[in-house]
Design a protein around this ligand. Structure first.
Ligand SMILES: Nc1ncnc2c1ncn2[C@@H]1O[C@H](COP(=O)(O)OP(=O)(O)OP(=O)(O)O)[C@@H](O)[C@H]1O
Ligand SMILES: [Mg+2]
Length: 244
C-alpha cells in the first residue's frame, strides 16, 4: 500500500540526523565517524540508537532482539514504545539545547522492517511512530543501501532475532528503505554501502556542510590537513541559525 509522506517536523534548535539501512550496512561506523568530525569543530553531539537508547529502551531491546517469538504487531508497538521514550527523554531535550543528535536507526527502520518486511500496513507503522514521537522527523536521514548478502557477510557470528531472518526478509527491508527515500528525496542521502567507509563519511560531511551553513567548517575525519573552503547553502536549513 502506498504511503503518504509525513508532515514536516516542528522546529528545534539542534540538528537531527538518522543513519538507516539493513543489518551490517555500516550505520554504527558512519555515525561514529560523523560524531568525531562534529566534535572536532566544537559541536555537542549526542550519539544514540534505537532500540535501546535509554534504560527502558535497553530492556525493550533485550526482549525484541534476544527473546523468543514476538507477534508482528507487538513487535511494532514495542519499537514504537522504545522510540517514544527515547525521543521524550534523550532526543528532544538534546535538540532543544542545540545539540546535534545522531541516531543509529529511527522510524524508517520500523516502516522497512515491520511495515515492508513483516507485511503490516506501512501507514499504520508510520502513524504509530509519529504519534509516539509527536511528529519528530530527522532533518537528514542517511540511508546506507546494502544487499542482504553483503550485510550478512559483514555480521559477526552472533545474530539477533531479526538478523537471523532469511535473505528474502532482508531484501524486503532494503526495498522498503529505498521506497521511502524515493518518495521523500529531500530528507534522504542514499549511499551505496559497498563504498569505502572513508568515502561514505566524506559524502555525509559534504551533504551536511552544504545543507547547513553552520556546518560549513565540517572536515571529514582523516582530512584535517586539507580543510575545505566554506560551502554555500544548497537547501533551506531546517535546523535554523546557530545550531545548524
Ligand atoms: N563501507 C564499508 N565497507 C566494508 N565494510 C564495512 C563498511 N562499513 C562498515 N563495515 C564493516 O562492516 C561491519 C558492520 O559495520 P557496522 O557495525 O558499522 O554496521 P551496522 O549497520 O551498524 O550493523 P548492525 O545493523 O549490525 O548494527 C563491521 O565489521 C564494519 O567494520
Ligand atoms: Mg550497528
Amino acid at each position: 500500500m502506498p504511503i503518504t509522506p509525513p508532515s514536516p517536523t516542528p522546529g528545534h534548535a539542534g540538528l537531527f540526523v538518522a543513519f538507516e539501512g539493513g543489518d551490517g550496512a555500516g550505520k554504527s561506523t558512519q555515525a561514529g565517524l560523523l560524531r568525531s568530525a562534529l566534535e572536532a569543530i566544537g559541536r555537542e553531539v549526542v550519539l544514540t540508537r534505537e532500540p535501546g537508547g535509554t534504560e527502558l529502551g535497553a530492556a525493550i531491546r533485550q526482549v525484541l532482539l534476544h527473546g523468543d517469538h514476538v507477534a508482528p504487531r507487538a513487535e511494532a508497538l514495542l519499537f514504537a514504545a522504545d522510540r517514544a521514550h527515547h525521543v521524550a527523554t534523550v532526543v528532544r531535550p538534546a535538540l532543544d539545547r542545540g545539540a546535534v543528535v545522531l541516531t543509529d536507526r529511527y522510524l524508517d527502520s520500523s516502516i522497512a522492517y515491520q511495515g515492508q518486511a513483516r507485511a503490516l500496513s506501512q501507514d499504520d507503522i508510520r502513524d504509530i511512530s509519529l504519534w509516539a514521537t509527536e511528529g519528530l522527523l530527522p532533518d537528514l536521514t542517511v540511508l546506507l543501501d546494502v544487499s542482504a548478502g553483503e550485510g550478512r557477510s559483514r555480521r559477526a557470528g552472533v545474530h539477533d532475532r531479526l538478523e537471523r531472518e532469511a535473505d528474502a526478509f532482508h531484501e524486503a527491508v532494503r526495498e522498503g528503505f529505498l521506497l521511502l527515500a524515493e518518495r521523500e528525496p529531500g530528507r534522504y542521502l542514499v549511499l551505496d554501502a559497498a563504498t569505502e567507509p572513508v568515502v561514505l563519511h566524506q559524502a555525509v560531511c559534504r551533504e551536511l556542510a552544504t545543507r547547513h551553513p553552520g556546518l560549513s567548517a565540517l572536515v571529514p575525519v582523516g582530512d584535517e590537513r586539507a580543510p575545505r573552503p566554506a560551502c554555500r547553502s544548497r537547501a533551506a536549513d531546517p535546523a535554523g541559525g546557530e545550531a545548524s
